[in-house]
Design a protein around this ligand. Structure first.
Ligand code: UTP
Length: 303
């Protein structure tokens, strides 16, 4: 267990999954590159890390993930063309993604699970606490979660996970936490974690969502963690060991998130994210809301 409590500066973004729920769109394109209005989903995630003060970003990538690297790199040809045309606003938009953060990449090889993806970050992260942001999980920029988690880690040490109440019928799709309350209303102490439990076996309706602040002790545990559910090395299994044994690198706390979050790897949630974020945009929102109003009216008349 790390004794000191250094400030967190590194973010790890696993983005090496196969994205099977979004086939065929993800056959040759990473799901993280699917546009949410006019930015790829992954850019929101990197922007969130930077907003929480983490400007060293390591992305875990795999086959077909080259566009992720290109998106955060300069595109001189395009920049020159826009600059010749005097299109300053688009030029700024193109440069924004390459100026955001210091980006690093490592390939996972075979996608052997989220735990294995996080383990690929060990040489880059070293013996420091670090954040993990899942590349397909979009937290609304107006509902800050990661900075709250960083505060909790700085106060409590150990690791911090993000939890969200879900309908009990949905809990089998998530990692699930048994918790005890703390003096802070939105912070709980995690006593047990189970990956994708059946509804009857779930210890609560608190689901793990894709933000973590982890103690580097997790790496040693991941190295020993056998493949679990789905024959994948599960991050939840390693966190369960930390939660159960403070000496191994615990404790594990949870921040209960009540804001807006979208799983952009799920088709329904992806569509909801686009509609909401488009409605709220100053440039597109007014016209799009008018369209939605008349569309909904037509639908209601038909039914
Ligand atoms: P998911 O469970 O969403 O899996 O992974 P997936 O393969 O990406 O998508 P589906 O279920 O087939 O549609 C959760 C997160 O963990 C990353 C994914 O990129 C995603 O951000 N991940 C998962 C890895 O980086 N490597 C893995 O081996 C597995």
């Amino acid at each position: 267990m790390t004794q000191s409590n250094p400030r967190i500066s590194k973010a790890v973004i696993p983005a090496a999954g196969l994205g099977t729920r979004f086939l065929p769109a993800t056959k040759a394109t990473p799901k993280e590159m699917l546009p949410v209005v006019d930015k790829p989903a992954i850019q929101y995630v990197v922007e969130e890390a930077v907003a929480a003060g983490l400007s060293d970003v390591l992305m875990i990538t795999g086959r077909n993930k080259r566009p992720l690297e290109d998106h955060f790199d300069r595109n001189y040809e395009l920049e020159e063309a826009l600059s010749r045309k005097g299109d300053e606003s688009r030029l700024k938009a193109v440069q924004a993604s390459s100026d955001l953060a210091t980006m690093h990449y490592v390939r996972q090889g075979d996608p052997r699970g989220l735990g294995h993806a996080v383990l690929c970050a060990a040489p880059h992260v070293g013996d420091q606490p670090f954040a993990v942001l899942l590349g397909d999980d979009l937290i609304d920029p107006r509902d800050p979660l990661l900075s709250r988690m960083v505060d909790v880690r700085e106060r409590e040490g150990g690791s911090v996970i993000a939890l969200m109440e879900v309908d009990p019928s949905q809990i089998h799709q998530y990692g699930c936490a048994a918790v005890e309350p703390t003096a802070d209303g939105d912070v709980v102490r995690v006593t047990q974690l189970v990956e994708k439990p059946e509804r009857a076996e779930a210890p609560s309706n608190l689901a793990i969502i894709g933000r973590y602040v982890l103690d580097p002790a997790v790496f040693a545990i991941l190295r020993e963690t056998e493949p679990g559910r789905g024959n994948e090395i599960q991050l939840t299994d390693a966190l369960q060991k930390l939660a159960a044994d403070e000496k191994a690198g615990g404790p594990v706390h949870g921040v209960v998130f009540k804001g807006r979050r979208y799983d952009t790897g799920d088709r329904g949630d992806y569509l909801r994210a686009i509609v909401r974020l488009a409605c709220e945009r100053e440039d597109l929102g007014p016209e799009f809301r008018d369209f939605l109003r008349s569309y909904v009216t037509e639908e209601m008349q038909r039914n």
